[in-house]
Design a protein around this ligand. Structure first.
Ligand code: KG4
Length: 340
């Protein structure tokens, strides 16, 4: 009998459910919430309400698409945190109710662990390249910027992390500053493709070790735009492609500098990326280029698995299930999770 795991993800503004059988993806349904568009960011209260509306249809659809009945399920994996508490409560409570009614175990998953294991999502008839252990993961999202050493699916060590803003936040805040919209990452990525990355320079942080800082780059952009706009009110509009390209290049330079250092220090040449910012085309290109130069084996998750999805939660849960990990029913979601 195959292990059939239902994954549930509700940490932010995507309600997602996925089904995997012995690690192979059968379905992955994502309902992205549009309600936040007019607010320039995710509104937690609205996110929770939308999850509450979406969760039953999304799970039903995932089961239907997979051709799986609830009673076929072996276990339920759900995101416990980090994320928005109200959003996490919806997924966690749903997982508990289903686990009780079907009398099957549930397994809590750290959302970040899901991103880190995204390269292990196996799809039918699609060959998959999986990193071997230990590997380094550059985990970059709206809430995190970390370099993580992954020694096994259940063993993680954070080698470095941001001391202030996450890189995704830097993308989003830059976009807001330039009046380009939310979420900023994909917009800047698109405009950067048409711009000159070497036209402008922004201050880079000088932080010891493997930690990151992105607040200075952001401030440097703020002052630059303010000063230029004082000279020419149309400066932004006329130069937005070059500003985006140059800003994006600065962020990528900062990310890569520490990743290269971490690879040198650990001697690890298996390199992956994960999290929303791993969708960035400039970062993806650069990591492949650096990898070729430095004889790394690089692994990029498919675009559809870079942003929040339940497939990565189901896979993480499956690894834990096989290792005998089970979560008691009195578990509560947490907005922050320091450790994996
Ligand atoms: O992992 P994620 O979906 O959510 C969490 O933060 O957990 O990441 C969202 C972040 C946002 O900051 C968004 O702007 C960024 O990922 N992002 C991108 C791109 N697509 C999404 N950043 C740069 N380039 C992209 N193409």
């Amino acid at each position: 009998m195959a292990d059939i795991i239902l994954g549930i993800e509700s940490s932010c503004d995507d309600t997602s459910a996925a089904v995997i059988a012995d690690g192979v993806l059968l379905s992955n349904v994502i309902a992205s919430q549009q309600v936040h568009k007019d607010f320039g960011g995710v509104v937690p209260e609205l996110a929770s309400r939308a999850h509450e509306q979406n969760i039953v249809p999304v799970v039903s659809q995932a089961l239907d698409k997979a051709g799986v009945k609830p009673e076929d399920l072996t276990a339920i994996a759900f995101t416990r945190g980090p994320g928005l508490l109200g959003s996490l409560l919806v997924g966690t409570s749903f997982a508990k109710a289903l686990s009780l009614s079907l009398d099957i175990p549930m397994i809590m998953v750290n959302h970040l662990q899901g991103h880190i294991l995204a390269n292990f999502i196996r799809q039918k008839d699609i060959p998959v390249r999986e990193p071997s252990f230990p590997y380094l993961c550059l985990l970059v999202s709206g809430g995190n910027s970390q370099i993580v050493k992954v020694s096994s699916p259940l063993e993680y060590e954070i080698l470095g992390q941001t001391i202030d803003d996450a890189v995704g936040e830097a993308f989003d805040k830059c976009s807001k500053m330039l009046g380009l919209g939310y979420p900023g990452g994909p917009i800047i990525d698109r405009l950067a493709k048409q711009g000159n990355p070497d036209r402008f320079t922004f201050a880079k942080p000088n932080i010891p070790g493997l930690d990151y800082s992105f607040s200075g780059v952001k401030t440097s952009l703020l002052y630059f735009v303010r000063d230029e706009m004082a000279k020419d009110p149309d400066f932004m509009e006329k130069n937005k492609e070059d500003i985006c390209a140059s800003f994006q290049k600065t962020l990528i330079d900062v990310l890569m500098q520490k990743l290269i250092k971490a690879a040198k220090q650990t001697g690890i040449k298996e390199i992956t990326i994960g999290g929303g910012v791993s969708a960035n085309s400039g970062l993806r290109e650069r990591i492949v280029q650096e990898g070729e130069k430095r004889h790394w084996n690089t692994y990029l998750p498919e675009f559809k698995f870079t942003t929040d999805n339940a497939a990565m939660i189901a896979v993480s849960g499956w690894f834990q299930y096989k290792a005998g990990v089970r979560t008691p029913l009195d578990v509560a979601p947490v907005s922050r999770m320091a450790d994996f």
